[in-house]
Design a protein around this ligand. Structure first.
Ligand code: C5P
Length: 234
């Protein structure tokens, strides 16, 4: 398969193929935090995230959420549908943590009465600032119809994954989603869903099993990612 690297991000590489509608997404072992200020390598993380993300996207597809995932090609590589990424991080929060705790003065772990949806503008130079629906429409990032659909999908994804993770004794604290637009104008879930992009706590002990172990120097990062892999796919 002929491939040409289009983009290298903090945790993934994207390759174009000689077919027009597909890309290869390749997951790296690199890990970062604080907008790339802190960097590291977690051996085997790329393999784990590729497999977890593909698995979760298949569950979502099975529940009527369209995603970019087509199939796993190798340990680190997946074939995905080509999209234009909408420059938004769509955050869904079930429990207060991190920036939400700081902003609202809530203890980490405080349960929200309903899921909170937030948007950040994906722009590294600006530090991914939080924006609202008015900014999104005014900046032309999405139309009102697209935004309504993104919110509907985000709620549905959160509900499906919250229940699925709980069946594996994991609490989904919060999750970051990205959406893209296909050539024929459809909105679909893109990017990845993994311990890099969710907060996942053990449902009994509240032990953190996600990228916060790296952000906060808690140690055992590789073990935490392996634990999530084993519970979901072992
Ligand atoms: O740090 P914050 O509380 O805003 O993060 C909310 C969620 O979004 C967390 O699950 C975090 O891992 C994810 N996130 C991400 N990439 C970023 C920022 C946040 O995956 N650049």
């Amino acid at each position: 398969m002929e491939k040409q690297m289009l983009y290298e991000g903090k945790a993934k590489k994207l390759f174009a193929l000689n077919t027009p509608d597909e890309y290869i997404m390749s997951f790296k072992d690199d890990i970062s935090a604080f907008n790339g200020l802190k960097k590291g390598v977690i051996s085997g993380k790329g393999i784990i995230n590729n497999k977890i993300s593909g698995h979760l996207m298949q569950i979502l597809e099975g529940n009527g959420v369209p995603t970019h995932f087509i199939k796993e090609l190798s340990n680190r590589d997946s074939l995905v549908r080509k999209v234009d990424i909408i420059p938004l991080e769509v955050l869904v929060r079930n429990v207060a943590a991190s920036s939400l705790s700081k902003r609202l003065g809530l203890p980490e772990g405080a349960k929200m009465r309903q899921p909170v949806i937030e948007f950040c503008y994906k722009k590294d130079e600006l530090g991914d600032p939080m924006i609202n629906e008015y900014h999104i429409l005014a900046m032309g990032f999405a139309t009102k119809e697209e935004l309504d659909l993104i919110i509907e999908y985000a709620q549905k994804i959160n509900q499906i994954l919250k229940e699925y993770f709980l069946s594996k004794k994991i609490k989904l604290i919060d999750i970051k989603l990205e959406f893209g637009r296909t050539a024929d104008g459809k909105i679909i879930l893109a990017d990845e869903i993994s311990p890099d992009t969710c907060r996942l706590w053990d449902s009994i002990t509240n032990e953190k099993l996600d990228r916060d172990r790296f952000r906060r120097d808690l140690g055992n990062v590789e073990e935490a990612y392996n634990e999530i892999f084993d519970r979901l796919l072992g």
